[in-house]
Design a protein. Structure first.
Length: 600
């Protein structure tokens, strides 16, 4: 091995040692351009990266001992007029003997004249910077150099060493950032769990979740039917107050509906939030379950965010903390309602030994049995068609109780005998009309929970302990009537009338036989002859046997009506002068109509 080769290898070793002595990405780049000039005959050096998105070439590091500190030399050039594009495209070194005479690249020509350099070699580094942009190494000389194959090979070797160093530093930088992120996530996760296990407010917990995940979130609490937004998705575009209003009020109902629908989805669901300022935001729905019941959801804004194992782990930690928070609320609710169920069981069954002791127990729970109260019964839609009514009632109990308390302060909502029992202080509603108005408001709120109209019934107020058993029996009777006649909404005894109560109280086979004996002959005649004598009979009785009023109702001439009535009298031996016979026919017609309503 001759001396020249030995010196070359020593230079490469020294250069590699110098390049790899850096401890950070930025320091490594600065050492690369310094080492190139120290161990070669080139005067200046720089590392450039090509940013296609901005259509520019940027100087990431530069060594130029001839620069005046007061000189402002360019650090970026238009991509269209830079030789960097050609080098990266062809992946081959580019040698420019005299840049000051190279009009092909006017921006670099101006730079060469200003800084007084001539020969230039640009080498592809076959690596990318921390932003994913391809990089090149440039060497500049203040003299015109004849770059032979040996010199080009030497520079290529230096470029390869530089590329290895850049890749290593970027990897270390990413690993360091990942480690710091993990450490930060562990710290924030521990702080989040501390908040979830204490009586911290939900806004504080949401703030901790966003610190952990490092992106905006929204919390949906189905038990309270509320939507709690975190920070806005785009700072500066929409303010905090405007964001709070949009999510908590304007879009709350839509968000609640989409979260409830996600419970039935087989694939991960996305929630669309329409914003006039920012277009449509897509939130990933992560359902929160307690005791197999969906109690809420964490909405994650993942647009433009790359999923990583750490991010997924932190998401699971956030969900767990929020489940713990809601579980504490759920357990407290179940504990309170469980003890109240025992109290109302004794109250309604009249199974108490000491009235004063029962009143004192109730007062300790916030219920004034020494004052007047209303009892309400709430039946969810189609409860009788469900395989497990008790499980369904339990799954919606906290949500229903929350809405009841939003309408009636100091109220109690329990699951009792496959219905929701609600006790309301009578002092809140001085009249039945005011009670009905609030019940209508409650019915609208509950309709959002059940997706259909529920049934709500009330009875007279309870003034003493013995009144509660009769009041609850009355509520159950009205619920049974509503189910029998397929009625929903806010109901009371006036909603059904005397005939409905008579129908419900009478043996159904007796009612059916009475209807058939009274009307079956007329019905069969109509079907056989395609007549409407039964409709005529019904209208005539409903008009109190007044011919003109009945003819107007049927929109026929009074002569035609008289003919039909005569036919009915002749064919079926009916005497409309007989009050008992008229009453029997009218009763049969009303019971027939109610029987049809109950079965449809």
């Amino acid at each position: 091995m001759n001396q020249a080769t030995t010196n070359l290898l020593n230079n490469i070793a020294e250069l590699a040692k110098l390049i790899n002595s850096g401890t950070s990405y930025e320091e490594a780049l600065n050492r690369i351009v310094y080492a190139v000039c120290r161990h070669t005959s080139w005067s200046m050096s720089s590392v450039l990266s090509m940013d296609s998105k901005q259509s520019k070439v940027f100087a990431r590091a530069r060594f130029d001992p001839y620069i005046d500190t007061e000189d402002k030399i360019p650090n970026e050039w238009p991509l269209v007029s830079s030789p960097t594009t050609e080098v990266i495209k062809n992946n081959k070194p580019l040698v420019i003997s005299n840049m000051q005479e190279c009009a092909q690249y006017p921006a670099h020509q101006s730079d060469a004249i200003r800084r007084n350099y001539f020969s230039v070699v640009i080498l592809p580094l076959n690596t990318e910077d921390q932003h994913g942009n391809p990089m090149v190494l440039t060497v500049l000389s203040r003299q015109i150099i004849n770059v032979d194959e040996d010199e080009l090979s030497y520079l290529t070797t230096i470029g390869n060493l530089a590329a290895i160093t850049v890749k290593r530093m970027i990897y270390l930088q990413r690993e360091t950032a990942r480690t710091e992120r993990l450490q930060s996530s562990i710290t924030h996760s521990a702080a989040l769990m501390d908040l979830a296990l204490t009586d911290s407010s939900i806004p504080h917990i949401l703030e901790a979740v966003e610190k952990l995940l490092q992106h905006p979130v929204i919390l949906v609490d189905l038990t309270q039917q509320t939507v709690i937004p975190g920070s806005p998705p785009a700072q500066g575009i929409i303010g905090d107050n405007q964001w709070q209003h949009l999510v908590s009020n304007q879009h709350a109902r839509s968000v609640l509906q989409q979260v409830q629908a996600a419970e039935q989805a087989t694939n991960p669901a996305l929630l669309a939030l329409e914003l006039s300022t920012s277009g449509t935001l897509k939130y990933q729905i992560e359902l929160l379950r307690v005791d197999d019941n969906v109690v809420g959801a964490l909405l994650l804004l993942r647009q433009g965010i790359q999923e990583t194992p750490i991010l997924n782990l932190m998401t699971e930690q956030s969900e767990f903390a929020l489940r713990v928070l809601m579980m504490r609320s759920f357990i407290h609710f179940k504990s309170e309602t469980g003890s109240l169920n025992d109290l109302f069981q004794q109250l309604i069954s009249r199974n108490w030994r000491n009235p004063e002791e029962l009143i004192a127990r109730a007062q300790h729970k916030g219920i004034r049995l020494d004052q007047s109260n209303y009892l309400l019964a709430i039946a969810p839609p189609e409860l009788g068609n469900r395989t497990s009514p008790e499980d369904f009632l339990s799954s919606k109990h906290q949500q229903v109780a929350s809405q009841v308390n939003s309408v009636f302060e100091a109220s109690v909502c329990l699951i009792f005998e496959d219905l929701y029992l609600v006790s309301i202080p009578a002092s809140q509603c001085s009249t039945r009309d005011k009670l009905n108005l609030r019940m209508l408001n409650l019915e609208k709120k509950l309709q959002w929970i059940f997706s259909q109209q529920p049934t709500l019934v009330s009875c007279q107020s309870c003034h003493q302990l013995d009144d509660y058993s009769n009041a609850w029996s009355e509520c159950k009777r009205l619920i049974q009537l509503s189910q029998q006649f397929n009625r929903t909404g806010v109901l009371n005894e006036d909603s059904f009338g005397a005939y409905a109560i008579l129908f419900a109280a009478t043996n159904q086979s007796v009612v059916s036989n009475f209807i058939n004996q009274s009307l079956e002959q007329i019905d069969q005649y109509d079907r056989k002859h395609k007549n409407k004598l039964l409709d005529t009979l019904s209208a005539f009785l409903h008009s109190n046997c007044r011919y003109q009023a009945c003819a107007d109702t049927l929109e026929i001439h009074v002569t035609t009506l008289r003919y039909r009535i005569e036919r009915i009298e002749e064919l079926f031996d009916i005497n409309f002068e007989d009050a008992d016979q008229r009453f029997g026919l009218e009763l049969a017609l009303r019971l027939r109509h109610m029987a049809g309503s109950g079965t449809n």
